[in-house]
Design a protein around this ligand. Structure first.
Ligand SMILES: [Fe+2]
Ligand SMILES: [Fe+2]
Length: 271
């Protein structure tokens, strides 16, 4: 993979008091994989996921430019995958008043990697909520996920939905809204990424899976933000739900193999 610098990114406001914390990783020639998280700066500020380890310093800088660490009251961890836990230890140390929102299974899995202080946890499951002073956050099971303990969350005050690993797509740079992406790049990488993340879509009954996707869409988000895709608003929201619905029963996308590795190695040697 390229070691060249990725484009610089800055926090982007996506709703009142709600900021996307973007970072980028190389995803091919002049395209990048978003690695986002979210900060909600309400009465009890919430950090939603904590980025990837390679972005740890930039992630902390961006988060703390939005909210003072001692003011953070909640850290919602969607799941324990490494690209969502990069700043977790730092933020729990820097934000002594923060409570971590997880579930039994994600806690068990995280505890295989690092100590987890049970006194700083609450557990919530899909359909349940937690109260952050001036807003209620409701958990749900995302349409697409790559870890069984994954939970999404929607802020019932603003309608901002965090859909975690669902709706992923490449970006050409520091471009964070779906309307600003080249349509071809969005179309192709959406299918590839969502298929790679949840290859079990090939075995799904479209009707049964469609009912699950419907149940998430009925939460009626005003804005959808995700860890690895663009911010969605307006018609792009229903369109993204339709795109994942249509994966049910379809063959999984072909992924690059040894020939790509050969190319990468050849270009690394030539550089
Ligand atoms: Fe994941
Ligand atoms: Fe992820």
């Amino acid at each position: 993979m390229s070691t060249a610098a990725v484009p610089t990114t800055s926090p982007v406001q996506v709703a009142p008091d709600t900021f996307l914390i973007p970072n980028l990783a190389h995803g091919g020639d002049d395209v990048y994989v978003p690695v986002n998280s979210l900060v909600i700066r309400g009465r009890e500020p919430i950090v939603v996921d904590t980025g990837a380890p390679i972005h740890r310093h930039e992630w902390l800088e961006k988060v703390y430019s939005i909210v003072e660490p001692e003011d953070i009251r909640w850290v919602f961890l969607s799941h324990e995958d490494g690209d969502h836990t990069g700043g977790l230890d730092d933020v729990l140390t820097g934000a002594p008043h923060a409570t971590l929102v997880m579930n039994m299974f994600s806690t068990e899995r995280l505890a295989l990697e690092r100590p987890v202080d049970l006194r700083r946890l609450i557990w919530r499951d899909p359909g349940e909520t937690f109260d952050a002073g001036d807003r209620t956050l409701r958990l749900f099971l995302p349409p697409i996920f790559d870890g069984p303990a994954t939970r999404g969350v929607i802020d019932e005050r603003t309608g901002v939905m965090w859909a975690v690993d669902s709706f992923a797509a490449l970006t050409p740079g520091a471009v964070h809204h779906v309307a600003d992406l080249p349509p071809d790049l969005y179309d192709e990488s959406f299918v590839l990424f969502n298929s790679m993340v949840s290859p079990w879509h090939a075995w799904l009954d479209p009707a049964v899976y469609g009912r699950h996707v419907d149940s998430v869409e009925r939460l009626a988000p005003s804005v959808v933000a995700t860890a690895h895709g663009p911010v969605l608003t307006g018609e792009a929201i229903g369109d993204a739900f339709d795109r994942v619905r249509s994966l049910a029963g379809q063959p999984r996308a072909a992924t690059p193999g040894q020939s790509l590795l050969d190319e990468l190695l050849a270009s690394a040697v030539a550089a």
